[in-house]
Design a protein around this ligand. Sequence first.
Ligand code: NDP
Length: 502
Amino acid sequence: MNAAVDIISLSPRVRSFIGQPHQALIDGRWQAAADGKTFDVFNPATEEVIARVADCKKADVDLAVAAARKAFDGGPWPSMSPSQRGKILWKIGDLILENLEELAQLESLNNGKPIGVARAADVPLAADLFHYMAGWATKIEGTTLSLSVPYTPGAEYHAYTRREPIGVVAQIIPWNFPLLMAAWKLGPVLTAGCTVVLKPAEETPLSALRLAQLCLDAGLPPGVLNVVTGFGESCGAPLAAHPHVDKVAFTGSTEVGKLIVKAASNDLKKVSLELGGKSPNIVLEDADLDLAIPGASNAIFFNHGQCCCAGSRLFVQEKRYERVLEGVSDAAKKIRLGPGLDPATQMGPLVSKVQFERVTGFLKSGREEGARTVVGGNRYGNSGYFVQPTVLDGTRENMRVYQEEIFGPVVTVTPFKDADADLIRRANDTVYGLAAGIWTNDMRRAHRIANKLRAGTVWINCYNIFDASLPFGGYKQSGWGREMGHEVLNNYLETKAICAAI
Ligand code: NDP
């Protein structure tokens, strides 16, 4: 740990919030788990308990789904005018901004991310998402259709489509961007007029609970948003399988994504998934290395590598290989690790002991399989879940560190000779297809490569650029459907065709 750690003092509101009982939100009321049990939530920088949260299980899930069902089937939300719904969504965005500092502190404390990042990215992006979606509430439209039915010659029809909310939606989210993931899910589902049961990750439930209160403060009617805190198997699984849920939206590991599909398949619920990645980031020999080197570092080290779209496989054209390897390694060495609440921190701890063990396990496997650790490769400090930013050279395509999602600050750097079909094959050679990066001054070539990459997002001369209007999601085993943009609304709308003989 850096010697001079200067942690900001938590605001009185954050202190008061973390000190209060953290209950589930069901039908507009905060309530303890039915069996009264709680679980501990930790500060990953110190491994200390910061809060106790309701340990919801099937009985609580049943109540939450019943509340969402009632609010959908008979409640005011789906029948409210789109303009009124849009105003409430806009207000949620405003309240997020009004509470920016509190939410940023909470996020940094619970997730470990640098406070500066939470202030500049997580919280404003969450607000933006609600503001962006608020505009769509009044723009959900069907179409009118001219029919040519061959077996009713001369008949006339008035035919049109309506987009209708899909119903009760279960949303299960992870811990890497706890507030932002809640916003990505809640913004569109509420815009579409659905009702929701949200399950935040067990590691990071606090900002979602605070956001839920802001949603109530903004005027969201009771039962429209319900939040159950708990564990994957005892809370997430019964929610994903619940017979009164119409649709499941999930973000997390590909492994659990497959379990969600199985759980939802019993009664053929609709499913959308935003899953893992092992994204290629390609530096061509004509790239501006003053941009590409910091860009490639940011692609992997942002959020401690805990990004589904992390640029974790860096491919560099041979002529520039040594320089880029050295540049990214130097950048890794200079990253200042520390608690997220120290404003000087550039990289905080991993989110949990489990993730710490998982990532250090990958580092060990890389060493055993013969990869060369250029920089990093170990735990950082003696307490907290800190891992050194790590650059691996000499990896081969069959190594676990090259194929599997590490979800930590670990990048493999590999040379390539020509920007040809073999490079594309290597870039696409994983089960994932979430994102990719290309660094070059040759725009024609950049676009040709972008077209061939099997990835939901391709960044050219930039990385990790997110906007509420840009759809995000995966090819292959990186998921089904898209988050953000107006395309996300398709996840939460049914299309009804209405045909009247006139
Ligand atoms: P999970 O996929 O287990 O967790 C995501 C969410 O799913 C959490 O809310 C979790 O609950 C819940 N969940 C877990 N099991 C079930 C289940 N059987 N039914 C329903 N819900 C369930 O991810 P992990 O936290 O275990 O992280 C493991 C790996 O997943 C990471 O190393 C990374 O590779 C990947 N990951 C990908 C993310 C992405 O953005 N695509 C985000 C986070 C992780 P609980 O919190 O109790 O586990």
